[in-house]
Design a protein. Structure first.
Length: 78
């Protein structure tokens, strides 16, 4: 998953913005969530700041609130 690149790329903020954008274009988080392995959910949960639409990674993204909701569903964070 793209979220793993955050920890290894020299441009972590760029990777965060990419993940924020990708979260914003998910149309059916329930369907996608059914296909996620527990390890993938764990990788997502390591970046729990995506749960808040006010995080800087969502800056300028019109769908920030929707993206944060998708994150919470995929990461299984309530």
């Amino acid at each position: 998953m793209k979220v793993r690149a955050i920890n290894v790329d020299d441009n972590a903020e760029g990777q965060r913005r990419d993940v924020a954008f990708l979260l914003s274009i998910v149309e059916d988080p329930e369907s996608l969530g059914r296909d996620l392995a527990q390890s993938e959910r764990k990788w997502l949960r390591e970046h729990d700041y995506f749960a808040e639409s006010s995080h800087q990674s969502y800056e300028g993204l019109a769908e920030a609130e929707d993206a944060a909701i998708v994150y919470r569903r995929l990461a299984d964070v309530r």
